[in-house]
Design a protein around this ligand. Sequence first.
Ligand code: ATP
Length: 267
Amino acid sequence: ITEKDADLRGMPHVSYEDIGGLKDELQKVREMIELPLRHPEIFEKLGIEAPKGVLLFGPPGTGKTLLAKAVASESNAHFITISGPEIMSKFYGESEARLREIFKEAKDKAPSIIFIDEIDSIAPKREEVTGEVERRVVSQMLSLMDGLEGRGKVIVIAATNRQNALDPALRRPGRFDREIEIKVPDKHGRLEILQIHSRNMPLDTDVDQPRIAAVSHGFVGADLEYLCKEAAMKCLRRLLPELNMEEDKLPPATLDKLIITQNDFDQ
Ligand code: ATP
């Protein structure tokens, strides 16, 4: 299918190649989500239910959304994304109806993935739940998940940074009963992420990505992406005085000077 078709079908164009590090996590995601979406007959033959809900937990910016989009895209599944805070605020008063609509769309367009970002804001632990609205939204969500057939046609992926803040009722069998921890990348993961985000950039031969990966301890994917974009912007700012913006077409010699150096990555 073409990109345009993919757009029309609500599918993101993210491939597994766009994910750095997370090799084991990706393997688990493929087994738990891609396999049942693509081959529900395996689960039928074995007489077991495919997972209905998978919880991804880990710090912000580590690639949870990216993983969900990639598995949808690679499984040719319809992708619907909702954010917890949005459901609670934007659709205030209609949150439950909105949830029912989303599950209906997912069934109609199956195979589908429903991705719920920041689920803890919909379904915090009951002792943290103050409002009646939250309680109603949680029970609507539980009943919608219980209503899924478990034949792999619709899988709900939820993401949270605070795994322990979740209502335990959501984590019972048949609901979000599989969990995958998405960790901060190590040196090797950071290198892969840097390579992904700079793959279309004109890098000078002096750019030492293994060194950048080694010294960027604690950086998550989103930070590394930002680092690459910033380096490109520094390169641009360095050459800006030489650019004649009045020119309709920049001479190739000018474009040839746009090369990102190690210095652009430093500081
Ligand atoms: P949040 O909890 O804030 O929603 P998240 O874990 O869902 O965070 P993403 O939204 O997936 O994080 O990451 C933000 C961006 O950072 C991605 O769109 C991607 O460009 C980049 N990124 C994050 N992790 C990775 C990774 N492992 N490989 C490549 N790029 C990554």
